[in-house]
Design a protein around this ligand. Structure first.
Ligand code: SAM
Length: 366
């Protein structure tokens, strides 16, 4: 962070903005609105301020590590899938949503070379866009940034850990009613407050009284919008999450909302505003249904481990030194990122058997 956005002043400035938003809204903000403000308020929100965020160790000032930060072999394996999709769709443009530090873009561009005529990044964060521009300067005009989608998008789309960063709606089951959970001001800070709602989780339950869970209206709307713009091509999203029967399992009474700071997780998004990530797992059934309803074909859905192995990660690892192999192993190991993380693929205007789902496709489990 810069000197003028020290942690305390970032939190205080965000709190002031939230109080203004609360007064304008009559004293109550739905959680998705609160999450959007805390993550994306220009200059102050977690993704919009200058803190480091991505990295291996807390000592670097980072809060969590993502697959492209962990090992360049993630991108090299994904590049094989992207290459197949570019070929099958007859396109040469790659789009990335939520590019973070620009690591995946850099590695995909290196791996794919001339097969990508143009790489376009869409990211809500101005601070991260600046970081991406510095990192990707060497690629010149081949890389560009966009705030909106073209009416007709032809190409391949990727997004790693972007769906989990989209604000979620919180629902609370009292045992008799569903309530929407929101935020009110309390003293110098903020507190939870519930209101009646017509919203429901996508499954009937059973749910235990006291359950708090999430619904993902923004992530699903994002997929719908993407589907409406994609004319010809494919899209691949990598993230942590489950199909809806696992997501809304009766034992998951606390939902999946989580904060990350300095490589530690906690469950209280109402404190340390702007200093920690807030995230929820992805309901991949909802994502698949939103895509299908808007005209996308589901190419496949599987674990990240299976996807990367299908894309040839084992071959890419041959001859790797111990450090490279150990980092890449975390991408596929079941107790690390291999099983919790999933990949979903969509296509439109072209048909092909995606290599990433060749073995172990779990679309039938969605
Ligand atoms: C958890 S980070 C992942 C960054 C990177 N993909 C990685 O794997 O390291 C989430 C990223 O998504 C961006 N983001 C969140 N919502 C977005 C949206 N609706 N459109 C585009 N980018 C978004 C954030 O600004 C951030 O760059």
């Amino acid at each position: 962070m810069h000197k003028d956005d020290e942690p305390d002043s970032v939190s205080a400035a965000l709190a002031a903005q939230l109080r203004t938003a609360l007064s304008a809204a009559g004293g109550w903000l739905p959680f998705d609105r609160f999450m959007a403000l805390v993550l994306y308020t220009p200059g102050l929100g977690y993704y919009a301020n200058g803190s480091r965020k991505f990295g291996w160790m807390p000592s670097s000032g980072s809060d969590f590590v993502t697959a492209p930060e962990l090992s360049p072999l993630f991108a090299r394996a994904l590049a094989r899938q992207v290459a197949q999709a570019l070929e099958a769709s007859g396109t040469d443009e790659l789009w990335e949503f939520g590019a973070g530090s620009g690591a995946l873009a850099e590695q995909l561009l290196q791996a794919l070379g001339d097969r990508v005529r143009r790489y376009t990044i869409v990211d809500l964060s101005g601070a991260l866009r600046q970081r991406q521009q510095e990192r990707l300067a060497a690629f010149g005009q081949r890389v560009q940034w966009a705030d909106t989608l073209p009416t007709a998008l032809r190409g391949v789309v990727v997004g790693n850990e972007v769906l989990d960063a989209m604000p979620v709606t919180l629902l609370h089951w009292t045992g008799e009613h569903w309530l929407e959970r929101g935020v009110v001001a309390q003293g110098d800070g903020f507190a939870w407050s519930d209101r009646s709602t017509a919203l429901r989780p996508p499954v009937d339950g059973p749910f235990l009284p006291g359950t708090v869970t999430e619904v993902h209206r923004q992530a699903e709307a994002f997929i719908t919008t993407l589907a409406e713009h994609l004319q010809q091509g494919a899209a691949f999203f990598m993230d942590y999450g489950f199909p809806e029967d696992e997501y809304y399992h009766p034992q998951r009474t606390g939902g999946t909302l989580m904060c990350h700071r300095a490589h530690q997780a906690d469950t209280d998004p109402l404190v340390d505003l702007g200093l920690k990530d807030i995230t929820a797992h992805v309901n991949f059934t909802g994502i698949a249904l939103a895509g299908q309803a808007a005209g996308l074909d589901v190419l496949g859905y599987t674990s990240q481990g299976r996807f990367l192995i299908n894309c040839g990660l084992a071959e890419l690892l041959q001859g790797a030194d111990v450090r490279t192999a150990s980092a890449a192993h975390k991408l596929i190991a079941e107790h690390e990122m291999g099983e919790l993380f999933k990949v979903i693929g969509f296509a439109k205007g072209c048909r092909f058997d995606a290599i990433g789902f060749a073995a172990g496709d779990r679309s039938h489990r969605l």
